[in-house]
Design a protein around this ligand. Structure first.
Ligand code: ADP
Ligand code: MG
Length: 476
């Protein structure tokens, strides 16, 4: 058999952040109590009418812009008609004919290489209620009914589970940077339909795809893809490829297998038509321009900026851009004039260590960039050592007081040039042997002299200044 190439396309649903639902005033806050966030519209009471939540439209347009999509001339919605108990109206309001974005593309990093991902479309729609099935009963929770959902459909442009995982993480990061969703899989905010097929290496023609519905974790998506590639390849090897008929399946966590749900012989006819209760309205250039201004620099751009213009390592830059608030904090430090590598070191080690330990967010940290600047200034001026700075760092956070409160006279560094000059002259005069050996090429004796200065000053000599003076005197 010829070598097989996997082909994968993803439909990613992500719940958007907003106070209210997408067409009703019910709260969109996560609630543990079933059926507590409901408006009459969500239950399809007669006479109720949908009102578009403008924030959801704007957030969707931001995603569309960030993914380099084409935006529609008008915003309007379509009805997708079908009956299911989780959909009391008998139809879902979605966007079929004019999504908020079409024909986009975005670059992701896979294993250090850039890959372009093609976006078929992004569209705004409402979520359905959630059903739970027990032994002989099913329960329904309408809290999710009407929750704003952004669906993103990629072209079949992935060739491995690894690429898809990189893409999902990329999207999660973009949603968080745009502040349109927490994109938290643990809260069920992201669900994916995973389309997988295989094809012979020497053809462009796509194979028959299998669609696996509603996979709700990234690891589930990876397992689904790998499982399907193996299953389909095996069927092809055994000459049973016709069994990979257009098939709709689901991922079963327990058995770690995909299982058949229904066959997808013909496309279901949802009898789409334009939602008549929502008048269409224009997407003006001014509106798009305003939204563009609200889009922050995204993570990859920042990452390359930190590497190329601030000489940070790929590793450090990657850590800094993982979370937008951390990246913002870092950039504020740069604006205040803290040296990039210094700021990066403090953030990736001390600050993130503290945040992890205390389970806090950087937005709430008492040590603002301004206070970090106070601290790093003291080190670069030689008033305190790095070791002392770390102690002060802990105290500032613990006692929530200004940095200067912890810089005491007696533990300040000795940075007086005159005084250091004198001490060093004395040491050099008292060590003629070492000086001679040093001049004869035993340059590692330099550390011996540094040690002598430290001994003489009980460790308080400013090390940077000490080395500077020593170099000057010994090398002249
Ligand atoms: P629907 O799921 O409504 O039938 P489409 O036919 O447009 O919608 O396909 C949806 C998803 O399936 C897209 O993400 C697309 O990239 C993917 N897809 C289409 N054909 C294939 C294929 N042969 N192999 C893998 N994925 C595919
Ligand atoms: Mg589909």
């Amino acid at each position: 058999m010829k070598k097989q190439i996997p082909v994968i396309g993803i439909e990613m649903h992500c719940e958007l952040k907003s106070k209210a639902k997408v067409f009703s005033r019910a709260s969109n806050a996560y609630s543990e109590i079933p059926n507590s966030n409901i408006a009459l519209l969500d239950l399809a009471f007669p006479g109720t009418l949908p009102v578009v939540n403008q924030k959801c439209v704007e957030d969707s347009l931001k995603v569309s812009l960030a993914l380099n999509c084409t935006q529609p001339e008008y915003i309007y919605f379509d009805r997708k008609n079908y009956y299911y108990p989780d959909l009391p109206k008998g139809y879902q309001i979605t966007q079929m004919s004019e999504p908020v974005g079409v024909n986009g593309k975005t670059e992701i990093e896979v294993n250090g290489n850039l890959k372009e991902v093609l976006i078929h479309d992004v569209h705004l729609e409402e979520d359905a209620a959630s059903l739970d099935h027990y032994f002989d009963t099913s329960t329904i929770d309408y809290n999710r009914c009407g929750v704003p959902l952004l669906e993103l459909v990629t072209e079949p442009c992935f060739h491995s589970a690894e690429e898809v995982l990189a893409f999902l993480e990329h999207m999660r990061r973009i949603y968080q940077y745009l502040d349109v969703s927490e994109a938290d899989t643990k809260k069920g905010q992201i669900r994916c339909d995973v389309n997988v097929s295989i094809r012979d290496i020497d053809t462009e023609e796509l194979g028959t795809r299998v669609e696996v519905k509603n996979v709700n974790s990234f690891s589930g998506v990876v397992d689904t893809i790998n499982y399907e590639i193996e299953r389909q390849t095996k069927l092809k090897e055994e000459g049973r490829y016709n069994e990979v008929e257009q098939d709709t399946r689901r991922w079963d966590e327990e058995t770690q297998k995909t299982v058949h749900m229904r066959s997808k012989v013909d496309a279901i006819d949802y009898k789409y038509f334009v939602e008549p209760n929502i008048p269409k309205y224009k997407v003006t250039q001014e509106w798009l321009d305003k939204l563009k201004e609200e889009i922050p620099r995204l993570y990859l751009e920042r990452k390359y900026d930190y590497i190329n213009n601030y000489n940070l390592s790929n590793y450090d830059a990657s850590i800094l851009v993982k979370d937008r608030d951390i990246a913002d904090y870092f950039e504020e430090c740069l604006n205040l004039g803290i040296e990039a590598k210094t700021a990066s070191n403090w953030i990736t080690t001390q600050i993130m260590g503290y945040l992890n330990k205390e389970e806090r967010k950087i937005k709430d940290i008492f040590l603002t960039p301004k206070r970090l600047k106070d601290l790093t200034d003291l080190i670069s001026k030689g008033t305190i050592s790095f070791k002392q700075a770390k102690e002060i760092f802990d105290k500032v956070l613990m006692e929530q007081k200004e940095v200067k409160e912890f810089v005491k006279e007696d533990n300040a560094q000795l940075s007086d040039k005159e005084e250091l000059n004198q001490i060093i002259d004395e040491i050099i005069n008292n060590s003629p042997n070492q000086v001679e050996q040093y001049h004869n090429g035993k340059t590692n004796l330099f550390d011996y002299f540094v040690g002598q200065v430290m001994k003489n000053t009980r460790g308080k000599a400013n090390p940077v200044l000490t080395k500077e003076i020593l170099k000057e005197k010994l090398d002249k």
